[in-house]
Design a protein around this ligand. Structure first.
Ligand code: SAM
Length: 214
């Protein structure tokens, strides 16, 4: 086992399993995806650290635990079509692709979208489609989605995203102020959307028409 593969295995045991991530499929996906491939070479030593890592354009890739907790909360099934808002490096999109059929991911910074597209293609994730744009509005032309993961802090759950959820679908998003949020889970059942609130978290802001002003 290489040193980085050893760090990945330790991350899964010490940061995920020990803190209550239980879904064996999520743990297996987090054991497989090489996080080091998504971070800049100057941050490789931090790739499996228990904290977010800078990725350029003033953004970060989230701490492994929060990635696992939010992906677990989606309750992904192999046939799911998923929308991620906030591609960043593409790391979380790769985790989603390990667990679902198709992933659409939107990033507002063109340079991050381009880099993520290259890394994902290089690793063979052909089921991930990276789109440059304002993901707070979702991707109407590809809707409906079975699951939606918002990877940036929203002031409220964007209505466009709820409208693009399939019946029975599930959306997971950090919602709150610019500085602190709580994970929200929205489940769509017919005309009703049931929202529950969960753990505290800190994300960079969702900047866009249904997010914060830039
Ligand atoms: N999921 C990412 C990963 O695996 O690297 C990390 C996401 S990072 C915490 C949040 C990302 O959301 C940033 O890259 C940021 O540019 C992006 N973002 C913020 N507002 C956005 C919007 N309206 N549409 C698309 N992306 C947005």
């Amino acid at each position: 086992m290489t040193a980085l593969a050893g760090q990945r295995a330790r991350m899964v045991e010490e940061q995920l399993r020990a803190r209550g991530i239980r879904d064996p499929r999520v743990l297996a996906a987090m054991s497989r995806v090489p996080r080091e491939a998504f971070v800049e070479s100057e941050h490789i030593r931090d790739a499996y650290g228990d904290h977010p890592v800078p990725i350029g354009a003033g953004q970060t890739v989230s701490q492994p635990y929060i990635v696992a907790a939010m992906v677990e909360a989606l309750e992904l099934r192999p046939q799911d079509r998923v929308l991620e808002v906030g591609t960043g490096t593409g790391y979380e999109a790769a985790i989603l692709a390990e667990l679902a059929a198709e992933v659409w991911t939107v990033e507002r910074h063109a340079e991050l979208a381009e880099k993520a597209r290259e890394i994902l293609a290089g690793l063979g994730y052909s089921e991930v489609h990276v789109v440059h744009g304002d993901g707070s509005l979702g991707l109407a032309e590809q809707a409906p989605f079975d699951k939606i993961l918002v990877a940036a802090a929203a002031p409220r759950i964007p209505e466009s995203l709820v409208s693009q959820l399939a019946d029975g679908g599930r959306l997971v998003a950090p919602v709150g102020s610019r500085s602190e949020q709580q994970v929200h889970i929205a489940r769509k059942q017919g005309r009703e959307t049931i929202v529950t609130t969960h753990e505290l978290c800190r994300f960079v802001p969702l900047v866009g028409a249904e997010g914060w002003e830039g």
